[in-house]
Ligand binder design. Structure first.
Ligand code: ATP
Length: 226
């Protein structure tokens, strides 16, 4: 169980999260959408206890953080380590046996090459594989689809559905709305530091319509294209 109660976060005078309350349940997939700079990563970093915040984040069981996997958008600064060593490190951090790595290398990554020489998409796949092989109960996936090829995106969507079937709690951010409607049970729109709208599958289309109205407004006309 994961519950946010009046979660607030400021960077200096800048208030990014202004009192978010929400509950995230096991066996559900939650999408977070919002414009660049809306605070999605900040929210995730608060939940992962990586930065201080105000308000409350209630987690159960008590060792929740030991079963939390966080795929960050910028966790790709790997030291001199091969893909295989990176995966071993993450798996061992959970005191799990390292086995069948080649079989479980579902993205066909060159595991014996230095991970820092991987392409951006390959690094993301490696990081995702790492948090998945840890067997976490809660997964926070910050833009998992971004920079990854279409074939892998299809696989990632299927993995997310499998995580739901396994009873995990999954939080995802994405700038591609269809990736969320394909996978989520609920989507929250983060704007001005708050969840201003939340929708279940029956109102995903309404939420998209609302975002288009607010976001596009008269911007295209103002461009004065001719
Ligand atoms: N360490 C920091 N110090 C100061 N300001 C920060 C810091 N990290 C983030 N911010 C600011 O907080 C706001 C929210 O940033 P955040 O990265 O959480 O947004 P986001 O919704 O994830 O954006 P994007 O979609 O572009 O990834 C932005 O205005 C950003 O400039």
């Amino acid at each position: 169980m994961l519950e946010l109660k009046n979660l607030r976060k400021s960077y200096g005078p800048k208030e990014v999260l202004k009192g978010i309350s929400a509950t995230f349940s096991a066996g559900k997939v939650y999408g977070i959408v919002g414009e660049n700079g809306a605070g999605k990563t900040t929210l995730f970093r608060c939940i992962a206890d990586l930065i201080p915040f105000e308000g409350e984040i209630l987690k159960a069981p008590a060792d929740f953080n030991h079963h939390l996997g966080f795929l960050q958008t910028n966790n790709l600064l790997l030291p001199m380590m091969t893909g295989r060593e990176y995966l071993r490190l993450l798996i061992r951090a959970r005191h799990l046996p390292v086995s069948d790595l080649d079989d479980r290398n579902i993205f066909d990554l060159p595991l014996d090459e230095y991970a820092r020489n991987y392409s951006t998409g390959m690094q993301k796949k490696l990081a995702l594989l790492g948090v998945l092989l840890q067997g976490n109960n809660c997964l926070i996936l910050d833009e998992p689809f971004n920079g990854v090829d279409i074939q892998s995106n299809i696989i990632i969507a299927e993995i997310i559905r499998e995580l739901r079937r396994l009873g995990k709690t999954v939080l995802i951010s994405s700038h591609i709305y269809s990736t969320l409607t394909d996978t989520c049970d609920e989507i929250h729109l983060l704007r001005d530091g708050l969840f201003v709208k939340s929708a279940g599958p029956e109102s995903f289309a309404d939420l998209e319509g609302e975002m288009i109205r607010v976001t596009v407004g008269d911007r295209v006309e103002r461009l004065g294209l001719s």
